[in-house]
Design a protein around this ligand. Structure first.
Ligand SMILES: Cc1ncc(COP(=O)(O)O)c(C=O)c1O
Length: 402
């Protein structure tokens, strides 16, 4: 029997899983691990959203199969969100589809539009589904940088000039997971122009649309006039409303791509549980003070992380958005590499982080730190890190972090 399955063979060992299983083993031994590894929000969804879920779940007729592309009220709510937040008009019938989280949407769109051997441009480092969604679908990935500067556009130009067959899709996600880099509208204008010139589909992942700091809201690619000719954008309830386990997200934009995703999904799923979709409507159409207070909370955690880790001898550049910091390894420990450094932090400091190499080879030299523990725990992590750094002979500032 052949057990060398084509798709499985194309999936490398999941580096981050190594640290995850060490963390699970440490916890099973009773160790207190401060978990800044996964981007799993530690906050609850708003109370009125949970109340709506319970209310609709109590109805006897709410338990059948739902609508694969999402109930009309939820697609309308998402269209309204694009109108009020970005000033973008979208048709809830033809330009919006509800997904079982944005990850599912990205993966199934990749299935819908990729033929084996197609070339897809994706950032390195990147959130894994940006590459593996397409690799599973049989595509070849050509990496482009994540940093949205001149080098990014140069590498797009080179890719179009020298790759055979010509790339058909460009994937991007800002604020970036893992690097937390952000872009402005001028960047998206250039991307849309480039995509039109080269007949490229653009997939934008805007999972952190509402987690931005320093008062600079994150733009949507769909704000660029004519972007809908080439682009589709994914957003998520997971981080904005701390509903990660509920599995609700959206794709919005180009009608052809929305139709392709909707069609594949119609073969694969029956839509999210109706009470969850109804509660998602309540979240998007209801009071938004929870979004603002969560933004402020992540902002404070970011400041505490940067300040307390800095005082422990590890300089961390402050992220402008997302729920992550992208931290270069302390210079004198660079030789360890991000995987070994992450393992040592877990073992000797009781702090879990995600090794940068898990997001692509250009993530080497960095770790991703998620803002998913409270300020007190982040300060505790900083104290533990200080002791670990001292044990490794790293010079730490004279005054202990507190
Ligand atoms: C950039 C990015 N896209 C998508 C996702 C997945 O989100 P969802 O829960 O909507 O599937 C994540 C989750 O961490 C993410 O960081």
């Amino acid at each position: 029997m052949n057990d060398d399955f084509y798709r499985i063979r194309r999936l490398p060992p999941y580096v981050i899983a190594e640290v995850n299983s060490m963390r699970a083993a440490a916890r099973a031994r009773g160790d207190d691990i401060i978990d800044l590894g996964m981007g799993n929000p530690d906050l609850p969804p708003p109370a009125h959203v949970i109340a709506k879920l319970a209310e609709v779940a109590a109805k006897p007729d709410a338990h059948g199969y739902s609508a694969s592309k999402g109930i009309p009220g939820l697609r309308k709510a998402q269209a309204n969100y694009y109108g009020r937040r970005f000033g973008v008009d979208v048709d809830p019938e033809t330009e919006v589809v509800v997904t079982l989280g944005s990850k599912e949407g990205l993966a199934n769109l990749a299935q819908a539009i990729t033929a084996p051997g197609d070339v897809v441009l994706a950032p390195n480092p990147s959130y894994p589904i940006h590459t593996f969604g397409f690799i599973i679908a049989g595509a070849t990935i050509r990496s482009v940088p994540t940093t949205p500067d001149e080098r990014y556009f140069e590498s797009l130009e080179r890719a179009m000039k020298f790759t055979v067959p010509k790339p058909s899709v460009l994937v991007m996600g800002y604020p970036s997971n893992p690097t937390a880099e952000t872009v402005d509208l001028a960047f998206y204008e250039r991307v849309v122009e480039f995509a039109k010139k080269h007949q490229l589909w653009v997939l934008s992942d805007l999972a952190y649309s509402e987690i931005y700091f320093d008062g600079k809201p994150t733009p949507s690619i769909l704000q660029v006039p004519g972007a809908k000719d080439v682009a589709i954008e994914f957003t998520s309830m997971s981080k904005t409303y701390s509903m990660a386990g509920w599995r609700i997200g959206f794709a919005v934009g180009n009608k052809t791509l929305i139709a392709a995703l909707t069609r594949v999904k119609s073969y694969l799923d029956y839509g999210a549980f109706t009470p969850i979709q109804a509660a998602a409507v309540a979240a998007i159409n209801g009071p938004q003070d929870c979004v603002e207070s969560n933004r402020q909370l992540y902002h404070r955690r970011r400041d505490v992380l940067v300040e307390s880790f800095g005082r422990s001898g590890w300089e961390i550049p402050p992220p402008r958005a997302s729920m992550f910091a992208w931290a270069p390894l302390p210079p004198s420990l660079e030789h360890l590499g991000s995987l070994e450094f992450s393992k040592q932090l877990l073992t000797h400091a009781g702090v879990a982080v995600a090794p940068g190499v898990g997001y692509g080879e250009d993530g080497e030299g960095f770790v991703r730190i998620a803002l998913v523990e409270n300020e007190h725990r982040i300060r505790q992590a900083a104290r533990n890190v200080r002791k670990y750094l001292q044990s490794m002979g790293v010079n730490t500032p004279a005054k202990a972090a507190n």
